[in-house]
Design a protein around this ligand. Sequence first.
Ligand SMILES: *[C@@H]1O[C@H](CO)[C@@H](O)[C@H](O)[C@H]1NC(C)=O
Ligand SMILES: *[C@@H]1O[C@H](CO)[C@@H](O)[C@H](O)[C@H]1NC(C)=O
Ligand SMILES: *[C@@H]1O[C@H](CO)[C@@H](O)[C@H](O)[C@H]1NC(C)=O
Ligand SMILES: *[C@@H]1O[C@H](CO)[C@@H](O)[C@H](O)[C@H]1NC(C)=O
Ligand SMILES: *[C@@H]1O[C@H](CO)[C@@H](O)[C@H](O)[C@H]1NC(C)=O
Length: 597
Amino acid sequence: MKNHNAPLTSRLPISKRILITLLVLISVFVFSTNRLVDYNENTFSFVRVETPGNFHWQECIPSVENVECGSIVVPKDYFNPDAGVATIALAKYKAKKSPRKGSVFVNPGGPGGPGALFVIASGSNLAKVIGDEWDIVGFDPRGIGSTRPATRCFSSLLENAVFFANTVIEQGITVSSISNLSSVLLYDELVEQHRQFLALKQAQAELCRKNMGDELKYMGTATVVRDIDFMSKALEGEDTKINYWGGSYGSILGAYLVNMLPRRIGYAVIDGIADPVNWSSDCEPSHKWPINWVSDAEKTYKLFLEDCSKAGPSLCPLTRYKDEPWQNLERRFEDFFDATARKPIPVPFGNRPGYLTSGGARGFLEVVLQRPAGWPLAAEVYSSAMAGNATQLYNLFIYRLPLPYRVDLTRLAVTCLDSPRPESLESFPTAESLTEQGLKSLREMSPHFGLSTGISEPDGGCQYWPVDGPERFTGPWNATLETKMLIVSNTADPITPMSSGILVNSLMPDSSVLVIQDGPGHTSFAMPSLCTAKLQRRYFAGDIPQNGTLCPVDVKTFPDEDSERSLQALSREDQELVDALKEIGEGLMHARFGFHE
Ligand SMILES: *[C@@H]1O[C@H](CO)[C@@H](O)[C@H](O)[C@H]1NC(C)=O
Ligand SMILES: *[C@@H]1O[C@H](CO)[C@@H](O)[C@H](O)[C@H]1NC(C)=O
Ligand SMILES: *[C@@H]1O[C@H](CO)[C@@H](O)[C@H](O)[C@H]1NC(C)=O
Ligand SMILES: *[C@@H]1O[C@H](CO)[C@@H](O)[C@H](O)[C@H]1NC(C)=O
Ligand SMILES: *[C@@H]1O[C@H](CO)[C@@H](O)[C@H](O)[C@H]1NC(C)=O
């Protein structure tokens, strides 16, 4: 998160500026990939025969050190050869050490995160964690990024951005006050907002039906698992095992992968675990998943407030004095959310004119909790908003052009195929039942954020989705693996709680180990931990950690002179690793949302 009021790139460190330039260039590249491929191969062959299994690598354009870009042709539908082909965009950070051990396929989450771009931006850092004897292969999953066909429900980026502007999808649901969850007034307000939500979802789905139709059928997680298998066989040979690293939604893809194809799996790491049983269950359509995700949100929130208070007002302006009771800070936040619910804050001079709602302010706080590296800046931004200037806060989360890569309904294109089909439209929720569910989540899971996941994870509305996929995987989740899978969970992850890591581990007690990182944030990369990183590094070298290993983090949430000094006391190699971990953390956030920085 950064101040967006200065020209975007001028305030960023050089590496960020390069990244952003890259992203812009890549989005140009995206739309010309096929042509480039044709021209670079046989000049005289005007018809390119796209046979599944064909792949090619070339320099990325623009070139990136030690990274090759490419694509591979795969069957569009693994159960119907007549459906034609899809082309998966790839980027490979090449092994530097020999003997080369093989490929590790990576997924940065989302769903909707473009893995090829993630490797282009973060490959050299990932190699410090995974090991430089591996090729690190990022791929844009079906429907996403430069993979074709791409999800294009909207006919233009402008239409896409305008559709979301100032809606309950962009700003999230406003809970006028959490002080009385039995209030009739609150109930009515929530129903009204959910009516808008459902109408928007229906409109989205109708656009997708018209502009995409059957092309939407092949974007579910089970199909992506088949792609990984197919790609691994094509790139590494029939019998070579699949190695995998996935964070956030990448943990869902990873859980599907190892349970669908247990005998194919070599090394697998999943980090920031979402519950795959709930995600895939026939009884849990996607609008129900978030209840489970926020069970550690309160714990993370309390850490944020406590750490802020301990840091004092010079580092965290949300506290009035050092060691102020954290409950005071919490109360000021609630007063702010309540006041904003009564009177949304006009933002005439944001990156786009508009207004900040209470739902937006609260929903973005749930996103902030996912990334402790951004807490000092978030503290400033929320302080300004509480003082009446919401420009920075608004700028941080609105959809705005050019929408470089959080494009279109890629997330929904995946989740609606993983979600069970409704038996009838009526079997899915009404605005009233979504309201009941939201109130239940506020009462039982997280009083502050039980209804606030929509702003970052806008699922639901799959009753309107126009297609079914060729396949849904619903378990079992107790596969036996030759090499144990490494599961990483944080003690305070506000969107993928530790209980989900424990669940996946308990379903595969002899085929997985759980490593716990003792700190806040979403995925282990949210806060650098040399311990977690080195365990992952050794894992990919064949050394499986003890189940239950607890790893500390190596930075403070509000860095001060002491914490800076202790970082400087580390060896140069460890300092570089800490920097790499920080950058991976940012890269993951970019890949998931595209709206930070
Ligand atoms: C909460 O709202 C309900 C229904 O509107 C009302 O009956 C009740 O008195 C309220 N409770 C408090 C503590 O204000
Ligand atoms: C999904 O999660 C919800 C909320 O925790 C729970 O009530 C439900 O039983 C879970 N369903 C499955 C199939 O795991
Ligand atoms: C609000 O904050 C923005 C960004 O920090 C700043 O540019 C602007 O001048 C502020 N507006 C007012 C009215 O203070
Ligand atoms: C795995 O789970 C399935 C379904 O719950 C069960 O039928 C099967 O026996 C289990 N397999 C093992 C090896 O435990
Ligand atoms: C692994 O360790 C965790 C944390 O100590 C524990 O909760 C879990 O039960 C252990 N798993 C197995 C399979 O023993």
